[in-house]
Design a protein around this ligand. Structure first.
Ligand code: ZN
Length: 209
């Protein structure tokens, strides 16, 4: 169970790190272009075809997650595909003229009914906006916390203590009497501490497999 929990935690950490790096790389690439990526689908509802999608647009140091929907006459050609992405020289969006809005944060919902310049009978958008620096910091918290924790565990183990609670394991290297941790069971690649190495001819312990 603990191994499964660690596996999930490691996966989340890797994902978080990936998103953190993506936020930084995207911010650098924004010097040249704004970017967008979207996933969408559509279906006929009466005489209209309703298209719904989720998109991520980034530019000017801000990332905008959008959920949108719009309705068109079923006779109009459908969107080109279910996934779209690309770069564009600029995006035209309005951030709220508030302190948070000017800093790049925002939540807005709007619905346009039969607007000019669109064939849609209605358009709905919900936007969630946050600056890249904020996203990088947010997604960086988990990897940094994990790194600090792993280093602390390694240091405790290297000192002959339980990796989890630090209890001195020199007398009981197979199992921590304080918290029940069995050294090396989940961290098979971790280097066992000197006091935990099995003597030649000793029964095989998990970390030697
Ligand atoms: Zn312990």
């Amino acid at each position: 169970m603990r191994c499964l929990a660690r596996y999930i935690l490691n996966t989340l950490t890797a994902l978080s790190l990936l998103l953190c790096v993506a936020a930084v790389v995207d911010r650098v690439l924004q010097r040249w272009h704004c970017h967008w990526i979207e996933v969408l689908g559509w279906r006929a509802e009466g005489s209209e075809r309703v298209t719904r999608g989720v998109s991520l647009t980034t530019g000017h140091g801000v990332a905008i997650l959008t959920y949108y929907a719009f309705a068109e006459d079923v006779g109009t050609p459908p969107p080109k595909g279910h996934v779209g992405y690309g770069a564009m020289p600029d995006v035209n969006w309005k951030m709220a003229d508030t302190r948070l809005g000017r800093a790049g944060f925002g939540v807005d919902v709007f619905r346009v009914v039969k607007g000019q310049g669109t064939r849609a009978s209605w358009v709905m958008m919900r936007n969630l906006e946050a600056p890249n620096w904020f996203l990088a910091a947010l997604f960086g918290v988990v990897p940094v916390a994990r790194l600090v924790r792993v280093r602390a565990r390694r240091r405790r183990a290297a000192q002959g203590g339980c990796a989890r609670c630090g209890y001195d394991l020199r007398a009981t290297p197979d199992r921590c009497p304080e918290c029940g941790t069995v050294p090396g069971v989940c961290a098979s690649r971790a280097v066992p501490a000197a006091g935990q190495r099995p003597a030649p001819g000793a029964p095989v312990t998990p970390w030697t497999r």
